[in-house]
Design a protein around this ligand. Structure first.
Ligand SMILES: Cc1cc2nc3c(=O)[nH]c(=O)nc-3n(C[C@H](O)[C@H](O)[C@H](O)COP(=O)(O)OP(=O)(O)OC[C@H]3O[C@@H](n4cnc5c(N)ncnc54)[C@H](O)[C@@H]3O)c2cc1C
Length: 124
């Protein structure tokens, strides 16, 4: 895998969501091919001949499945001071990558913090 921001995939977005994915699939295969070539050269000679099924994902895949802006895999930077479970709306608590920062651990901590805030508010 490698990290990628949304910019290089933006040009495929309209086609992706209108079921015209030929150019997008070509680009994914081009990049996957480069990965395979590098692994073949450095680690596993003949790898490409061993592959029967190949699937690749991009920020557009992440956007499709998560609805995160730009297909972000993580939420906001977890160091932002405004991240909080409590909201100005009574009875609304936040526990997610977009309230506490992305990744499993911050999201679990968000759940704990939200649960604690609920208990505190309801116990008075
Ligand atoms: C490809 C990929 C790889 C990752 N790898 C790692 C990793 O190795 N380590 C790591 O720490 N983090 C990783 N992450 C990040 C991590 O998965 C997320 O930060 C985390 O799962 C976010 O949790 P969440 O609860 O905020 O959102 P989600 O896990 O997206 O949960 C939101 C839930 O809400 C549901 N939902 C949405 N709309 C509705 C609705 N209207 N009604 C009811 N339910 C709804 C969704 O179906 C989903 O189950 C990865 C993310 C991606 C995309």
């Amino acid at each position: 895998m490698c990290l990628s921001d949304f910019e290089p995939w933006k040009k495929f977005e309209a086609g992706y969501f209108n079921n015209q994915k030929e150019a997008y699939h070509r680009e994914k295969e081009r990049i996957a091919g480069r990965f395979i070539q590098r692994v073949e050269k450095a680690l596993i000679p003949g790898l490409s001949g061993m592959i029967e099924v190949m699937e690749t994902a991009s920020p557009l895949t992440n956007l499709f499945y998560t609805k995160n802006p730009g297909g972000a895999v993580y939420g906001f930077d977890r160091n932002l001071p405004q991240l909080n479970s409590k909201t100005p709306v009574k009875g609304l608590y936040l526990a997610s990558a977009w309230s506490h920062g992305g990744g499993y651990t911050p999201v679990m901590m968000a759940g704990r913090e939200a649960a604690e805030a609920v208990l505190k508010d309801f116990q008075g």
